[in-house]
Design a protein around this ligand. Structure first.
Ligand code: NI
Ligand code: MN
Length: 227
């Protein structure tokens, strides 16, 4: 069993093997996440998919407070080191660092990546997490891409965390197709509602997923579920 907590936008935590993995911390600047206190959020490992501020605005503060290692694309990792974070694993797609809870493979994403100061963020990425308690894939900000078919060749998934808001990433229809590509029936939707261009109709999105034989989970901000 893994515990999944949603912190809004594309920020979430997964607890597995007694460790808390925190993804794409963006809380204090999220107008929908006022109920979450970023200074209380737990992390044993922090994973940042790319350099956009809506994925790392709280990364420096949480990394400093927790001392948790940060896994990030190479250029994003260098930027974090320049912000004073020591414990950074700057990798690139294909890299698969090992931790107490299991392994994390950095995957390709079709998107862009620049840091808050406008500097080059390298390639945007996603993460495939493989543990003793189960496996999941977080696509990061991305369009649908055939590269996702590799995920089902690498491992069998328990769930996939996919952007569904459209505009900056794939929308619900391509996310459903992405779930097919990676071999997941359970989708946790992220990257929707936060800003006007990515506001979606929840019932419609869940209906489309159901029609395609998928389960689309849209969690309340602050909600925790077992998977
Ligand atoms: Ni982005
Ligand atoms: Mn984003």
């Amino acid at each position: 069993m893994m515990q999944f907590t949603y912190y809004g936008h594309a920020c979430f935590a997964v607890e597995t093997g007694g460790q808390t993995l925190l993804f794409d911390p963006f809380i204090t600047l999220n107008p929908l996440a006022k109920s979450i206190d970023a200074s209380k959020v737990r992390a044993d490992v922090i994973l940042v998919s790319h350099g956009h501020n809506d994925h790392l605005a709280d990364a420096v503060a949480i990394a400093q407070r927790t001392g948790a290692p940060v896994v990030a694309p190479y250029e994003v990792g260098n930027w974090l080191e320049n912000q004073g974070i020591d414990n950074v694993q700057s990798i690139n797609p294909g890299g698969t660092p090992e931790f107490k809870f299991g392994r994390v493979k950095m995957t390709a994403a079709i998107h862009s990546s620049s840091l808050p100061d406008g500097s080059y963020g390298g390639n945007p990425t996603g993460f495939l997490v493989m543990t003793n308690e189960g496996n999941f894939y977080y696509a990061g900000d991305t369009a649908l891409t055939y590269d996702m078919k590799l995920v089902r060749e690498w491992t069998k998934l328990d769930f996939a965390v996919l952007p569904i808001g459209g505009y900056f990433t794939m929308g619900i229809d391509d996310a459903i197709r992405a779930a097919d590509f990676v071999g997941a029936t359970k989708i946790i939707g992220v990257h929707y509602d936060t800003f006007p261009p990515i506001q979606i109709d929840h019932d419609e999105a869940q209906g489309r997923a159901r029609q395609a034989g998928k389960e689309l989970l849209l969690l309340k901000i602050g909600e925790t579920i077992e998977l």
